[in-house]
Ligand binder design. Structure first.
Ligand code: IPM
Ligand code: MG
Length: 356
């Protein structure tokens, strides 16, 4: 089993270090190799996704990823910005299926900005298509408009597109995931306006017939954004396109009040996967030792389960995380009165101990 470890920027290095510690005490044998990615790789090699990093990622069974990005790179040309590393990995490895669970931990109910009764027990799985849609559609660019409201003016354009097979494969992923949990899929689209999402809806409906044991409903994305805050527990599995999934997964994560707790997985058809916390690189707190490593540690658990066939070890990590929460340990992002505030390292070490 080979794991490519890509800590990246900002708090990425601190939180990945804790997850690596946890992986080391499980008594499993992996080969782990670390490489630079994002802004850190740009500084060292002039590119956010150097060839050596991409090759390492391609050769690994799984990638443990921290986070990339820093405001200081905002002025670089797009191709050199840290975000291109993650987009490049998704595209080159064909990581089309993105799993973003939004789970409300019992001890953290009060961290949400919603009323406790709305989110207690919340367990949503957002499945976001990750290699298509307006993120990757061609053509895109800037030019002088020849038609439209302002011919002769500068304009920019992107292309939203999905092919039937792209929709079919993510639909299967969603229905199969739903079978292992609440057996309810909500497909989010904008079929009332967009051709792309009329096809999406048609295909979801067709594939849904192969899964008669799973309830399928369709929701327009604007309504989905509203229902997520109105009645979040309505949802079980949400499946949607790349762009809507980007937006709704942040919203769903924040429902739990603790984005620092949420892991994610991005898989290709060979079950090779990239595992990363749902939060970003948080340059404002980088290097201070206060970032919450639990999302990354839980991402390592997802990695063991999905790509490395070590479900038992994954369970052990998840139990250990619940244990440290029950002990009252909290990083500042999830701290509340009456609990014990700890830093990144102490939290990582507490998980290691709880595994013991
Ligand atoms: C995410 C992020 C990325 C995205 C950025 C960093 C390119 O927001 O993983 O949700 O838009 O997909
Ligand atoms: Mg996002």
């Amino acid at each position: 089993m080979k794991i490519a470890v890509l800590p990246g920027d900002g708090i990425g290095t601190e939180i990945v270090a804790e997850a690596v510690k946890v992986l080391h005490v499980l008594g499993l044998s992996f080969e782990m190799e670390t490489a630079l990615v994002g802004g850190a790789a740009y500084e060292a090699h002039g590119h956010p996704l150097p060839d050596a990093t991409l090759k390492l990622a391609q050769s690994a069974d799984a990638i443990l990823f921290g986070a990339v990005g820093d405001w200081k790179y905002d002025k670089l040309e797009r191709a050199l910005r840290p975000e291109q590393a993650i987009l490049g990995l998704r595209k080159n490895l064909g990581l089309f299926a993105n799993f973003r669970p939004a789970i409300c931990y019992e001890q953290l109910v009060d961290a949400s900005s919603l009323k406790p009764e709305l989110i207690a027990g919340l367990d949503i799985l957002i499945i976001r298509e990750l290699t298509g849609d307006i993120y990757f559609g061609q053509p895109r660019g800037r030019r002088v408009a020849t038609d439209g409201h302002f011919p002769g003016a500068e304009e920019a354009f992107d292309t939203m597109r999905y092919s039937r097979p792209e929709i079919e494969r993510i639909a299967h992923v969603a229905f199969q995931a739903a079978r292992k949990r609440g057996k309810h899929v909500t497909s989010v689209d904008k079929a009332n306006v967009l051709e792309t999402f009329q096809l999406w809806k048609d295909v979801l409906t067709e594939i849904g017939k192969e899964y008669p044991d799973v309830t399928l409903d369709h929701m327009y994305v604007d309504n989905a954004a509203m229902q997520l805050v109105k009645k979040p527990k309505f949802f079980d599995v949400v499946v949607t396109g790349n762009m809507f999934g980007d937006i709704l997964s942040d919203e769903a994560a924040m429902l739990t009040g603790s984005i620092g707790m949420l892991p994610s997985a991005s898989l290709n058809s060979k079950n090779q996967g990239l595992y990363e916390p749902s939060h970003g690189s948080a340059p404002d707190i980088a290097g201070k030792g206060v970032a919450n490593p639990l999302a990354t540690i839980l991402s390592a658990a997802m990695m063991l389960r999905f790509s490395l066939n070590q479900a038992e070890a994954a369970d052990r990590i998840e139990v250990a995380v619940k244990k440290v929460l029950a002990q009252g340990l909290r990083t500042p992002d999830i701290y509340s009165e009456g609990t014990t505030k700890v830093g990144t390292r102490e939290m990582g070490e507490a998980v290691v101990k709880a595994l013991g």
